[in-house]
Design a protein around this ligand. Structure first.
Ligand code: ATP
Ligand code: MG
Length: 389
């Protein structure tokens, strides 16, 4: 009798002919996520993945935590696995219930799935018998089928499984099953969430960050690296391109109308990012923009920003979301606390007092002609620092 981690898939199960490509990709990603935790074998059948420790030193608890972040899995359960013999799984069901009762649970129910139709007891019979034994062993527990404190799940298949926990995993598609995109990653709340959302669709991610040393500090850069690291728990290792942006910003400040400086900045970021994206085999850019959130994200401002991207789609997964909805996701994925650390961002340092909220493209283009953006952007591209997280 031993420990095993069960994984469940969602959308992958709806795939047709290419389903097995997604299944293999998911298994590979699961392997990668736990490869440093000891040996384990991963196999799958129908909509179920099985992660079986294959060495004594396998770090089971950490594996559960890591797998609960793998895109493609909708939930996981740390379980006990045993031969399909009634006495074995009843004993384990009682033991699992005792454990939960010791931690303060008062009510329970038993749910049985019988995949092995030749097994002599049917599902209700198995549940009844297990429930009876649990009540005998734990006199303080009561059955509550509607709102139990915990459920003992018994699955009777070729082998049998007993567990009491179903832990949510993010769902989505396995990373790498759907091309690659470049995330414009700031130190704010929005862009890490935007990267997570597109990553969840199976898209591999690299990141571009613009920083303006010495106007923004080394700490601000470290914060962004930390955000990339948190997002990479879901998306897998990420290459972060740190772009020195000070000279572009100074040139805009010195040569262009202040009220348009943010739009000009953002156009420059987009152009540079598009080139970074191409160099890294990306087919899209990702930003954390949300329509109407700030002056640079009005409908007209986004029109002017988008116009700087020559030939690549820009994914803006937060475009219709309220800030509170984004914050909720940021908290759930663990980026929020880092995002709100009070380090300056390259945009805030140079924020104009009265940004124009309804810029006209032609006036923006006229203003842009006043500084040598092509040359400065070339230099910025040549001086990128690459950090792997
Ligand atoms: P965030 O919370 O993601 O910083 P925001 O609401 O502060 O977003 P802006 O500062 O206008 O909005 O930035 C809009 C988007 O532009 C960001 O979500 C991000 O994708 C990109 N961006 C902004 N600043 C930077 C930067 N310094 N480096 C890379 N991308 C940036
Ligand atoms: Mg920002």
């Amino acid at each position: 009798m031993d420990r095993i981690i069960l994984g469940r898939i969602g959308e992958i199960a709806l795939k047709g002919l290419n389903r097995s490509t997604f299944e293999h990709r998911l298994a590979t990603n699961m392997h990668k996520a736990i490869s440093d935790l000891g040996e384990a074998q991963i196999h799958w059948s129908q909509s179920r993945y099985f992660v079986e420790p294959a060495s004594d030193d396998f770090d089971f608890e950490t594996a559960v935590e890591r797998l609960s972040g793998v895109f493609g899995l909708v939930s996981i359960s740390p379980a006990w696995v045993m031969d399909t013999e009634a006495e074995l799984f009843f004993a384990k069901a009682v033991e699992a219930a005792k454990e939960r009762a010791a931690k303060g649970a008062k009510t329970f129910k038993v749910e049985t799935k019988r995949g092995l139709k030749s097994f002599p007891m049917n599902s209700p019979q198995i549940s009844d018998e297990a429930g009876g034994r649990i009540l005998e062993a734990c006199p303080h527990l009561r059955v509550d089928v509607k709102h139990p404190d915990f459920t003992v799940y018994i699955e009777v298949r070729e082998r049998s499984y007993v567990y009491t926990e179903i832990i949510d995993a993010p769902g989505g598609m396995p990373t790498g099953s759907n091309g690659k995109a470049c995330l414009l990653l700031s130190g704010g709340i929005d862009s890490p969430v935007a990267g997570y959302m597109i990553g969840k669709r199976g898209v591999a991610i690299c990141a571009a960050h613009f920083y303006s040393y010495p106007y923004t500090s080394e700490r601000a850069k470290e914060k962004v690296i930390e955000l990339a690291r948190i997002v990479s728990r879901f998306t897998g290792p990420m290459k972060v391109m740190v772009v020195p942006f000070t000279d572009v910003q100074l040139a805009i400040m010195q040569n262009c109308r202040e009220e348009l400086s943010t739009i000009l900045l953002r156009r420059s970021m987009m152009r540079i990012s598009e080139r970074i994206a191409r160099r890294n085999n990306c087919s899209a850019l990702i930003t954390g923009e949300s329509v109407g959130q700030v002056a640079s994200q009005t409908v007209q401002a986004i029109y002017c920003t988008d116009n700087a991207v020559a030939n690549m789609p820009v994914y803006r997964p937060l475009i219709g979301m309220d800030k509170m909805e984004t914050v909720e996701i940021a908290r759930r994925i663990g980026t929020f606390d880092t995002s709100i650390l009070p380090y300056e961002d390259c945009c805030t340092v140079f924020t104009p007092k009265h940004p124009k909220t309804r810029p006209h493209l032609q006036e923006v283009l006229d203003e842009e002609a006043r500084y040598e953006y092509e040359k400065l952007e070339e230099i910025a591209l040549e001086n990128i620092e690459v950090i792997n997280v």
